[in-house]
Design a protein around this ligand. Structure first.
Ligand SMILES: [Zn+2]
Length: 404
């Protein structure tokens, strides 16, 4: 989860000139009040005040209360980091709501495990839940699609009891694999019954079976639920050769799923997620940026990239990532999964409608006047200074790599 993977992604996106195809925004950090829209006050207070030095002085009990440990350590600058990735997802949804963007991407977001009261699996603040809560102020129905290797438990839990958010997660499941949830019979509760969809998979799933199953399930779900906006989580740990992974997916296959969802023409918020082999995470998110922009990229990675050596020995955007593991998903097993889910779909009411409240003024995006002020402020920035700051940031991130 080191930010180095984002630096590599930046480098690839810029060298392939994809930034020229998009509008770029520098978001502000999420405020404490924005975090409190989902997270509990004592948890946010804890995140705001805790430091590595203080952690050493705290008793086991307090650390256990907030699930602090191996998977969720306390580190320097943590609160700033959380505010930045959460703020970026919030800014992205504002751009969708105001109609400034039809697809908004935040590769630093997608931290789907975080819970209301505690962090989980490297996720501290659940930027996805915060984004969906805000989208619900304007959108009658939100669909959340998660193709990370792990179950999107934090998001499912947050919207378990509503029929206005359908969560769909494709993930490895055997009852033990982190986070342990995501069985096919977890379908939601009360009014939300049948609006949580879980697709449990076994080790080694390959491109063909994954794409085939993904399309067979997503097509009828979208047609029936008719979401007015889609949040797509693109966790990269479902790729083959991921350091913590156990699937056999290639970059093109992962991207094909994203492209399939894009083809419905529904506004999308696209976020990152897990992914523990940085060179492949960045290849994937660069490729998916190109897919979302309808751009074809040359597979050969441009020579000018400062981190070029990381992409050897093939220096390709599409190294072969399949074949490391046997595919444990038999045709029969996948057929059963598909049948079960299509059966669940039969119980769904047609797209539930809601009476929309008046749109709160704080979520309709910035006024033109405000946008103009921000533009001027950005133009005023001393270019030289900005470049130096960027170089320093890159250097610091490189330091992390050497230390790892
Ligand atoms: Zn994951």
């Amino acid at each position: 989860m080191k930010p180095f993977r984002l630096m590599l992604t930046d480098h690839l996106v810029i060298l392939y000139k994809l930034h020229e195809r998009m509008d770029l925004y520098e978001p502000r950090k999420a405020t404490r009040d924005e975090l409190l829209e989902f997270h509990s006050e004592d948890y946010v207070d804890f995140l705001q005040t805790i430091t590595p030095e203080l952690t050493a002085k705290l008793g086991e009990e307090k650390l256990a209360k907030f699930n602090i440990g191996d998977d969720c350590p306390i580190f320097d600058g943590m609160y700033d980091y959380l505010g930045m990735y959460a703020g970026a997802s919030l800014d992205a949804l504002r751009k969708l709501i105001s109609g400034m963007s039809d697809i908004a991407i935040n590769w630093s977001g997608g931290l789907h495990h975080a819970k209301k009261f505690e962090p989980s699996g490297f996720c501290y603040i659940n930027d996805i839940v915060l984004a969906i809560l805000n989208l619900l102020r304007v959108h009658p129905r939100v669909m959340y699609i998660d193709i990370d290797l792990h179950h999107g438990d934090g998001v499912q839990e947050a919207f378990n009891t509503t029929d206005r958010v359908m969560t769909v997660s494709f993930h490895k499941f055997n009852g033990e694999f982190f986070p342990g949830t995501g069985a096919i019979d977890e379908r939601g509760i009360g009014k939300g019954k049948n609006y949580s969809v879980n697709v449990p998979l076994k080790d080694g799933i390959d491109d063909h079976s994954y794409i085939h199953l993904f399309k067979l399930i997503m097509e009828p779900l979208i047609t029936k639920f008719q979401p007015t906006v889609i949040v797509q989580q693109c966790g990269a740990d479902s790729l083959g050769y991921d350091r913590l992974g156990c699937f056999n997916l290639n970059i093109r296959a992962h991207g094909q799923c994203v492209n399939f969802i894009k083809s419905f023409g529904i506004p999308m918020l696209v976020v990152g997620g897990g992914g523990y082999t940085p060179r492949n995470v960045s290849r994937l998110w660069c490729y998916e940026t190109s897919v979302l922009n309808d751009v074809q990229l040359d597979s050969k990675i441009p020579l000018k990239i400062p981190t070029y050596d990381w992409f050897g020995p093939d220096f390709s955007l599409h190294p072969q990532l399949d074949g490391r593991l046997d595919n444990k998903n038999s045709k029969k097993y996948l057929e059963c999964v598909k049948t079960d889910i299509l059966e669940q779909l039969r119980y769904l009411n047609y797209a539930p409608s809601v009476q929309m409240q008046e749109i709160p003024p704080d979520i309709t995006g910035l006024t033109e006047e405000e946008e103009e002020i921000i533009r001027e402020l950005n133009e005023d920035k001393d270019d030289e200074k900005t470049r130096k700051a960027r170089d320093m940031k890159d250097e610091a991130r490189l330091g992390e790599v050497m230390a790892s």
